[in-house]
Design a protein around this ligand. Structure first.
Ligand code: PLP
Length: 454
């Protein structure tokens, strides 16, 4: 039984006997409330229940002689099943029916559970938010239409004209560009090397509202020392915003390490099957409340089907992450020793520059993302792609299949050539999202691709 139901009972001063009876019946709270508003007795309710009637049968019926169009609209009514479905149904509905204005007030004021609109209170969105909040270990979470919507809602709710942001220079290209876009609204961003804590400390001395970093950076695989960055941000009264997309909560729970706002592109490992675009923000309720208001007000939320698909996929997050991270660790060591590879980047490699940060920030391994560099630029990349049969060029990540991407022409295309070169993202820089296929199959496909570079 939900806390809201219990609170409703409490507000009505109902007896424990009624509560226990209700609990045994699997009757919905809406039915009970309908009875209550009519001051019906428990005896009437029990009579109603013995006949296995549902409240839907109490609803409106069609006119005596309905027209063709009325029948096509109202002729689809069906009683709710008496028992519950084993899986949460897809609530593909933009509007919800209210019995009267008192029910509208009660649901708006959160005195009774219920949905208001397709963007507000939709059960599939609530289910997704509940599981994301649990996995991120935060009070609450907000589901958004994508990872970038999660960022925009956060920026709109926390920043005003004249504010300053300190951000890692090593971010997903669109996050960098979104921060650049905020200049038009009088919000400036200083981009720093977030792995150099002294630089971050110096930059924060000028004051900032937010510090923005990625747990594992896209695409250079640098790892943020979240506990130390949180301490630095908090010393200066700033909030630490962490994009946790590459690690996901399986490898890192930034809130436990001191981060204030966690952004996830649910499109990636949470979704995990290359078939949806959804985002999420997780935070303490006092921070998340205004972010949710902006996102719901501007419809920056997912549709029912995408929210359902994301929540369904999260059920297998742990086995997928466990297997793809194990594959990635093996592949990173193999690629690092391969003759055709100029450099390999993976937080689990012994020569990775952020070993201390990884130990403080990551758990259960080092994730399923890695990057490597080859000589020969664009032409060599195309030659290699021509030899691959299983690993395909896909401009996303985090799915069951191993995929390659080329940051210079995709995730970091929005940056200038100079900005890319400053980050070391040249035309021979490739990013690999490792899937859950058999390791030997991934390895032999990549080996075939790399063989043409010798
Ligand atoms: C690290 C990171 N953050 C955010 C995003 C944006 O997420 P979405 O595509 O769900 O809007 C991406 C997309 O690739 C990403 O890689």
């Amino acid at each position: 039984m939900t806390l809201a139901t219990l609170q409703w009972f409490d507000r009505r001063s109902m007896t424990l006997a009624t509560l226990q009876w209700f609990d045994r019946r699997s009757m919905t709270l809406a039915t009970l409330q309908w009875f209550d508003r009519r001051s019906m007795t428990l005896a009437t309710l029990q009579w109603f229940d013995r006949r296995s009637m549902t409240l839907a049968t109490e609803g409106r019926s069609m006119p005596d002689d309905p027209s063709f169009s009325t029948q096509s609209i109202h002729g689809q009514s069906v009683d709710d099943p008496e028992n519950r479905p084993a899986s949460l149904p897809i609530y593909q509905s933009a509007g919800w029916v209210f019995r009267d204005l008192d029910e509208v007030d009660a649901i708006y004021e959160r005195r009774a559970p219920g949905a208001i609109y397709g963007t507000d209170g939709l059960p599939n969105i609530l289910a997704l938010e509940a599981v994301v909040a649990k996995l991120e270990a935060t009070d609450a979470a907000l589901a958004t239409s994508g990872g970038m919507a999660a960022f925009l809602a956060t920026f709109l709710a926390t920043l005003s004209h004249g504010d300053r942001v300190v951000a890692s220079r090593d971010l997903y290209g669109n996050t960098t560009r979104l921060l650049d876009d905020l200049k038009r609204f009088g919000i400036s961003t200083s981009f720093v090397d977030a792995t150099d804590l002294e630089t971050v400390r110096r930059d924060l001395a000028d004051g900032a509202k937010l510090v923005v970093v990625e747990t594992i950076s896209n695409p250079r695989m640098r790892v943020a020392h979240i506990p130390k960055l949180a301490a630095l941000a908090h010393e200066r009264g700033a909030l630490l915003v962490v994009d946790n997309t590459f690690a996901g909560p399986y490898h890192c729970q930034p809130s436990i390490l001191g981060a204030d706002v966690i952004i996830e592109s649910v499109t990636k490992f949470f979704g995990g099957h290359h078939d949806l675009v959804v985002g999420a923000v997780a935070a303490r309720e006092e921070i998340l409340g205004p972010i949710r208001t902006i996102a719901v007000r501007s419809s920056m939320v997912p549709g029912a089907f995408d929210a359902w698909l994301a929540a369904r996929s999260i059920q297998t997050l742990e086995p997928r992450m466990e297997r793809s991270a194990r594959n990635a660790s093996e592949l990173a060591s193999w690629l690092a020793g391969h003759d055709s590879i100029r450099a390999a980047h993976y937080p689990g490699l012994a020569d990775h520059p952020d070993r201390d940060a990884s130990a403080a920030t990551l758990r259960r391994g080092h994730g399923a993302m890695l990057a490597f560099e080859i000589d020969g630029g664009r032409e060599a990349v195309n030659r290699m792609l021509g030899e691959l049969s299983m690993v395909r060029l896909v401009l996303s990540l985090g799915g069951t299949a191993t995929t390659l991407s080329h940051p210079a022409t995709s995730s970091h295309r929005a940056l200038s050539k100079t900005q890319r070169e400053a980050l070391g993202i040249h035309d021979g820089f490739l990013r690999l999202s490792v899937g859950i296929e058999a390791l030997d199959d991934i390895k032999s496909d990549l080996a075939r691709g790399l063989s043409v570079l010798a």
